[in-house]
Design a binder for this molecule. Structure first.
Ligand SMILES: O=C(O)CNC(=O)c1n[nH]c2ccccc2c1=O
Ligand SMILES: [Fe+2]
Length: 223
């Protein structure tokens, strides 16, 4: 794991540059194969163990509409919060410190991107979310609509062999900015993929109905 960690810290350099460039240009940034299959799998195992030991909240109740009528409520996403110091989540802790390193370094890069002007002052705990595969979804929303301090949303996905045709669960972002015009960004929640995007009104987004259990770990960074 030593060599793997060194390799990851080497990768962090160029990831920071692409985070700044893409956030500045597109308002979002997708990095695939972020930690590698080995560490990604260890993180997934820890999440599955968390779920088995029942630390997840009951999914929030959402009403499922059929023909416009509220016919039943389904359990939506189940979440649990981690501060990364838990002994049983050493690999999730490593993910958190690596994302911290990426965001902190990216915020210090020379002023070629907006990020260069933002001093990151901290972050939330890590939110581990599980969308049970019962069509659970998340309605279109903005993470930080009223200047609560959150600048960047970082989501790390854990779903192996995800197929949007059968599994759904695409994150659809409706980014502002002339680059996008009226286009949307459909992000599949692929294993070992990390996504960064501005948390404010620039990026309304929705999680489309998932038909396979869908895991993600989210961190929000404050400026
Ligand atoms: O999983 C995704 O791809 C995107 N996910 C979201 O946008 C998202 N946003 N805000 C939340 C607040 C509370 C609990 C879950 C969430 C949540 O999944
Ligand atoms: Fe969100």
């Amino acid at each position: 794991a030593q060599a793997v960690e060194r390799n990851i810290f080497d990768k962090i350099q160029n990831i920071c540059a692409s985070v700044v460039r893409d956030l500045t240009t597109f308002g979002l940034c997708v990095v695939d194969d972020f930690l590698g299959h080995e560490i990604g799998s260890l993180i997934l195992e820890e999440v599955l163990r968390l779920q088995k030991t029942g630390t997840f909240s009951d999914g929030q109740l959402v009403s499922a509409k059929t023909h416009g009528k509220d016919v039943k409520t389904i359990r939506g996403d189940q979440i649990t919060w981690l501060d990364g110091k838990e002994r049983t989540c050493r690999n999730i802790s490593m993910l958190i410190s690596i994302v911290d390193a990426v965001i902190t370094r990216a915020s210090k890069l020379p002023r070629n991107g907006k990020l260069g002007n933002h001093r990151i002052s901290g972050r939330t705990k890590a939110m581990v979310a599980c969308y049970p595969g019962n069509g659970s979804h998340y309605v279109k929303h903005v993470d930080n609509p009223n200047q609560d301090g959150r600048l960047i949303t970082a989501i790390y996905y854990l779903n192996k062999n995800w197929n949007r045709e059968t599994d759904g669960g695409v994150l659809r972002i409706f980014p502002e900015g002339e680059f996008w015009r009226d286009n949307v960004a459909d992000i599949e929640p692929l294993f070992d993929r990390i996504l960064f995007f501005w948390s404010d009104r620039r990026n309304p987004h929705e999680v489309q109905p998932a038909f396979t259990t869908r895991y993600a770990i989210t961190l929000w960074y404050f400026d």
